[in-house]
Ligand binder design. Structure first.
Ligand SMILES: [Fe+2]
Length: 272
């Protein structure tokens, strides 16, 4: 497994270094991932290792999703390779990704539905989606997703009698701190913060409620954090006591291209 995975990752790294277009990454990346997914020895050895090697399992477990195992993470952050072990007949919520992705199946079958956003994103928490296509991925077949709103999709493990196993290749994330999930029945979108970020977000909210000089000092520092989500939560909390200062900083954020400019714009509207 290690040899197969290593040579796959080497080829992906070469591809990402040389490719200039996303389309080229998808075409070549799909060919390479289909090759990996089509090798029964890769499935056999991956599952054997995960089932019998505690150390390996613990080192690869990812707390974001309980059914996710990170097989490889590029040290330069260019890409990662993950296994998804789907229980029988499981529906995963509609969601978008922070990065592009190529998805294949090693065992069983997974149905993918793709969606596009119909609303203009001006109402916080509201999202109206339209299904644009669906397909079933069997072993060795692939599909692709683009980052953020261009890659909204849903994966369902459709075999009722047994589990399915997927292998996913993800590129460099343009949004690292959270993912968005959608509720089709409520026409809503909600943010799921990645582990490690949750505690920080809760602390920033708590600081907003304290309203002392020292808590404002801490929030002002957090407003200069490199991560837009932290700046967003810090500014939202700061606006409770220092509204004028916060509004000035939020206005600047609405002109940036960091993926959260629309969230900052909505926050600004709620303050004015
Ligand atoms: Fe996905």
């Amino acid at each position: 497994m290690e040899d197969l995975l290593n040579s796959f990752c080497e080829e992906i790294k070469e591809l990402l270094k040389s490719a200039t277009q996303q389309e080229e990454i998808f075409v070549q990346g799909r060919r390479l991932l289909a090759g990996l997914a089509g090798k029964p020895v890769f499935l056999r050895e991956s599952l054997t290792k995960l089932a019998t090697d505690d150390e390996f399992l613990l080192s690869r477990r990812n707390p974001t999703d309980p059914n996710e195992v990170t097989l490889f993470k590029d040290t330069d952050g260019l890409f990662s390779v993950r296994l998804y072990i789907w229980d029988p007949d499981i529906t995963y919520p509609v969601h978008s990704h922070g990065s592009w992705g190529i998805v294949s199946t090693l065992a069983g079958a997974v149905e993918e539905r793709k969606y596009e956003r119909q609303d203009d994103k001006s109402r916080p928490g509201y999202a109206r989606l339209r299904e644009t296509g669906r397909s079933v991925l069997k072993p060795g077949e692939t599909t692709t997703v683009l980052p953020l709103d261009l890659g909204i999709h849903k994966m369902d493990s459709i075999i009722k009698e047994h589990s399915s196993v997927g292998v996913h290749l993800y590129g460099k994330a343009v949004r690292q701190e959270y993912m968005e999930k959608f509720d089709l029945h409520k026409d809503s979108v909600y943010r799921v913060t990645f582990p490690g970020m949750n505690d920080r977000v809760y602390v920033l909210k708590a600081l907003g409620a304290i309203q002392e000089d020292w808590s404002n000092d801490v929030l002002e520092k957090a407003c200069a954090d490199r991560r837009p989500l932290i700046r967003f939560e810090a500014l939202r909390a700061l606006a409770l006591t220092q509204q004028e200062t916060a509004i000035g900083l939020i206005e600047k954020e609405t002109t940036q291209q960091h993926g959260m400019e629309e969230d900052f714009a909505a926050l600004l509207r709620s303050l004015k």
